[in-house]
Ligand binder design. Structure first.
Ligand SMILES: *Cc1c(COP(=O)(O)O)cnc(C)c1O
Length: 225
């Protein structure tokens, strides 16, 4: 994509998304010029999925950018990202949640996080099952953590042409959020985020109650790995 096309894509998406839905521009593997084009179109939320890309991109981009980590996070990479991220979408174990909390405390920050749910049929996607997620929240183990704030849930649908299946999975994610909200986070205004929807399925995700979409290809074009 050219710089002009990236700007147009951002403006078009922003026009299309309802006002309660935040747009995360997924910039993994894309060069700084592409990110700056999105920035110049007003984009301030960027998502990365490789720990080693966040620090350098944070250094190179203007300081009012917010960085989200959206990829699978290994405990030994937590230290690389915690100084820079405002939201980690991909918490998939209590161990990882504690690890982010420890590191955030060590450097004197608080980091917002989402619990990643596994609802897709693919065996390869990370995340809690709905039961595991509910057990974690019910156990109260997360309540004592002082330097992470659980803001909601994140999930991905199966990569399929079956729209009914995608819709069913997004509905399950939204339903889990609503149920956790009413059982545990009812008086917590900060539990407010349902991160779901990518380039191929964000319209369905928004219809099913997404509050945050993560879009890469439809903004920046295909990635070259
Ligand atoms: C890469 C990625 C995206 C963006 O995917 P596109 O299809 O390019 O929009 C969204 N979410 C996660 C977790 C990703 O890894």
């Amino acid at each position: 994509m050219t710089v002009e096309e990236i700007k147009e894509n951002i403006i078009k998406l922003r026009g299309e998304l309802p006002c309660g839905v935040k747009l995360v521009a997924v910039s993994k593997f894309h060069p700084m010029e592409a990110l700056m084009a999105a920035y110049d179109a007003g984009q301030r939320l960027f998502g990365e999925s490789r720990a080693q890309e966040i620090g350098p991109k944070h250094t190179a981009m203007p300081k009012d950018v917010q960085w989200h980590f959206i990829g699978h996070l290994q405990s030994n990479k937590v230290r690389q990202i915690v100084p820079y991220v405002s939201l980690v979408h991909s918490i998939d174990s209590l161990k990882l949640l504690r690890c982010v909390d420890d590191e955030a405390r060590r450097i004197g920050r608080t980091v917002d996080v989402l619990l990643q749910l596994h609802v897709a049929r693919e065996a390869t996607k990370y995340g809690f099952t709905i039961d595991e997620c509910r057990d974690l929240v019910d156990s109260g183990a997360a309540d004592a953590l002082t330097n992470v704030c659980i803001r909601g849930v994140m999930g991905m649908a199966t990569n399929t042409d079956d729209e009914a299946e995608i819709r069913r999975e997004f509905r399950e994610i939204r339903h889990t959020f609503d149920s956790l909200k009413s059982s545990h986070f009812a008086s917590n205004d900060r539990f407010d985020t349902v991160s779901m929807g990518m380039s191929d399925d964000y319209r369905i995700a928004v219809e099913e109650g997404s509050t945050m979409v993560r879009i890469g290809t439809s903004i920046f074009g295909a990635r070259e790995y």
